[in-house]
Design a protein around this ligand. Structure first.
Ligand code: PLP
Length: 427
């Protein structure tokens, strides 16, 4: 923290640009923490917020409901094959806590006492609350709390760039899948398997090889394990499709959305379940099958209204197709970025790119400067007019989803310059 002795104050933002109190402009290469969809100050989204805020600002969802939240739930169920009901919260970590609690309680509801273990993949990330930290364990982030986290069963993820010697990626993927199947077959005590959908983002932009997620979903069915997918960072078009689970042919029992749900304007998340899970919570009052979970701002009408407008805009502007086209711009930069001395690997899908930086390409040794890599790249990015963030030794390019081709080209050119300028400072 010591090196962050002062901060730029963002006072306004328009389109792809953040503007600070001194009038400096930076392109938002982080989509304001991966959530911005249409750019900043979008008039339609502002109108939805303004109109709703004149009618009803907040009313609890304890015993009551409200119109925008009901409408949104209908839309979310419609866009999510296999899903039946929605549980709202106000951030992604909470949505994952709800997913985990729902999955664990499901087995209690149906009277199965042996299913209590939580399985997951190494290096996943599901948020910063204790349950989410336990399930999505990134050692650098959570090591200090290890003692307080609950135990999970973790399986390796096939990361093409960093896999054990002697494997092809297909072999290694099969090896990882075999480990899961072996454990599933060994003991029937796994309640739920939790993973990010399509790719691990905070854990280093690890894009799953084809078939990995599908195979896990099939094993979950075969061995009667609930399957929970986290689409908070990867759904809603970030990886080029509305739901990654549909693209990956891996329908879960429970799925979580967040970040882009409101276009990045207000805080809201949702946990959806299929009919089987939902119905296990129905019972007489004295059966005590209901889920004891709720947040003050659950189903907030203003957040719901802006989410409804956001979804309408996705349909009207055919955003998913636009993303698929625009994201090809990234491919044009592969060679130029790879040629930079410190770049070890580029991983890209849809509107997400991770550039892994290493000391030497051959040895794949991560760079480790004295100052934080994040600070160095933030400062260099600023000089080049971009708001850039790194995660560990990975430069993340996560722009607002509706970025135009020319804006993305500009951003990637500036990213190349930023990495080249930062090179001498990080090795
Ligand atoms: C995959 C994933 N799940 C959950 C979360 C947590 O969301 P929030 O920061 O809204 O709590 C994040 C945040 O980055 C995420 O990337």
């Amino acid at each position: 923290m010591k090196e962050w002795d002062s901060f730029d104050k963002i006072t306004k933002a328009k389109g792809m640009w953040l503007i600070d109190s001194k009038g400096n402009k930076m392109m938002d290469a982080v989509a304001s923490m991966w959530c911005n969809v249409w750019g900043h100050s979008n008039p339609q989204l502002i109108k939805a917020i303004t109109e709703q805020s004149k009618k009803l600002q907040h009313s609890s969802q304890f015993n009551l409901t409200n119109e925008p939240a009901e409408k949104l739930a209908d839309s979310l169920v419609k866009m999510s094959p296999g899903m039946h009901r929605v549980f709202y919260s106000d951030n992604g970590s909470s949505a994952m806590e709800i997913a985990i609690k729902t999955a664990l309680q499901y087995w209690k509801n149906i009277g199965d006492k042996k299913k209590t273990e939580v399985a997951t993949v190494e290096n996943g990330y599901h948020g910063d609350t204790f349950g989410a930290m336990s399930v999505g364990y990134v050692p650098e982030f959570f090591g200090k709390f290890k003692k307080q986290l609950f135990a999970t069963i973790q399986f390796p993820v096939p990361n093409k760039y960093r896999m054990p010697k002697g494997f092809t990626i297909t072999d290694y993927q099969n090896h990882c899948l075999d480990k899961i199947e072996k454990r599933f077959a060994e003991k029937d005590n796994i309640a739920v398997f939790v993973m990010e959908s399509g790719a691990q983002v905070a854990g280093g932009v690890i894009i799953y090889p084809k078939g990995f997620q599908k195979k896990i979903s099939e094993m979950c069915k075969k061995y009667n394990v609930l399957f929970v997918l986290d689409e908070i960072a990867t759904g809603f078009g970030r990886l080029g499709s509305m739901t990654q689970y549909e693209e990956q042919k891996s329908i879960p029992d429970i799925v979580a959305y967040g970040k882009m749900l409101t276009g990045g304007y207000l805080t809201m998340a949702a946990t959806l379940t299929n009919r089987k899970v939902y119905e296990s919570f129905l019972g007489e009052f004295n059966d005590w099958r209901h889920l004891f979970h709720g947040h003050t701002y659950t189903g907030n009408p203003i957040a719901s209204a802006v989410a409804n407008e956001n979804l309408k805009m996705y349909r009207k502007n055919n955003l998913i197709r636009k993303i698929q086209k625009t994201s090809k711009i990234f491919e044009r930069f592969y060679d130029e970025i790879s040629d930079i001395g410190i770049v070890g690997d580029i991983r890209h899908k849809g509107m997400l790119m991770g550039i892994e930086m290493v000391k030497d390409k051959q040895g794949k040794i991560p760079i480790s400067p004295k100052k934080s890599i994040n600070k160095i790249f933030f400062e260099e990015g600023k000089k080049n007019g971009i708001y850039l963030r790194t995660l560990g030794n990975i430069v993340m390019i996560v722009p607002p989803l509706a970025i135009s081709e020319s804006e993305l080209e500009w951003l990637l050119n500036r990213t190349v310059t930023t990495i080249k300028n930062a090179e001498s400072k990080v090795i």
